[in-house]
Ligand binder design. Structure first.
Ligand SMILES: [Ca+2]
Ligand SMILES: [Ca+2]
Ligand SMILES: [Ca+2]
Ligand SMILES: [Ca+2]
Length: 225
């Protein structure tokens, strides 16, 4: 077999090869780090069937949160478990679950999760993201109104779950709106710079679609990317 000899390669071709190599190096230097930083972050996929560790979830109001085994025949990309949120109410609000994150969320642009509805009246889901604006890694809540914060932003996105079966939900983080203009800097800036806890906390707050009603749906595979 004849070996290719670099020195016998025509000079013009060598010059193009070197140029292409340099272009590739420059492209990688410019965009390689951002491609790396863009890898998805799994906030929870519930595969460990554990709600008290990785992350630690807390529950409030009258909501029931429990691990449920998935039915693979419903959607081929499902893992083993998901989180079932259910409950009843006589005044719209049911309750919620939240997790402390304290992560740098500054490189992410989307939240992606799977939601399995149980029909047109499955419930309304308010997703809440809190960033740490007074840079102390703590979310200070108002003692008179615990759903409000004193110094940190609360960004919310609301959706009605009106479908039966699984859906992939992708929400641009720019679609979350600041719900407390009196607290924080009203900018979604979940960076861990200067002692900030970054993206401090995630909450799912659940309402019924009717004043007296019930909610019942599953969520799974919550990611940022
Ligand atoms: Ca899962
Ligand atoms: Ca704070
Ligand atoms: Ca605010
Ligand atoms: Ca902020």
């Amino acid at each position: 077999m004849k070996m290719h000899n670099w020195m016998t390669t025509p000079f013009t071709l060598r010059r193009y090869s070197v140029s292409f190599f340099l272009f590739f190096c420059l492209f990688f230097c410019l965009f390689g780090s951002s491609l790396y930083a863009g890898r998805p972050l799994i906030l929870d996929d519930f595969e460990d069937a554990n709600l008290v560790d990785g992350p630690k979830w807390f529950l409030f109001g009258g909501l029931t949160a429990e691990i449920k085994q998935n039915d693979f025949t419903e959607f081929q990309h499902l893992g083993i478990n998901s989180l079932r949120l259910s409950g009843t109410t006589t005044s719209w609000y049911v309750g919620g679950v939240g997790a402390y994150l304290r992560i740098d969320g500054s490189q992410y642009q989307f939240m992606k999760l799977l939601v399995r509805g149980t029909g047109t009246q499955s419930g309304s889901l308010q997703i809440e993201l809190y960033d740490d604006d007074n840079k102390n890694e703590v979310l200070e809540r108002s003692s008179s109104a615990p759903s409000q914060t004193l110094y940190d932003d609360k960004f919310i996105y609301t959706m009605d779950v009106t479908w039966m079966g699984w859906r992939v939900v992708i929400i641009p983080l720019t679609n979350f709106r600041d719900e407390n203009s009196q607290a924080g800097d009203n900018i979604f800036n979940p960076s861990k710079k200067d002692g900030s806890g970054g993206l401090l906390q995630l909450q799912f707050v659940v309402f019924a679609n009717q004043e007296k009603g019930k909610v019942d749906f599953l969520i799974d595979s919550i990611r940022l990317y």
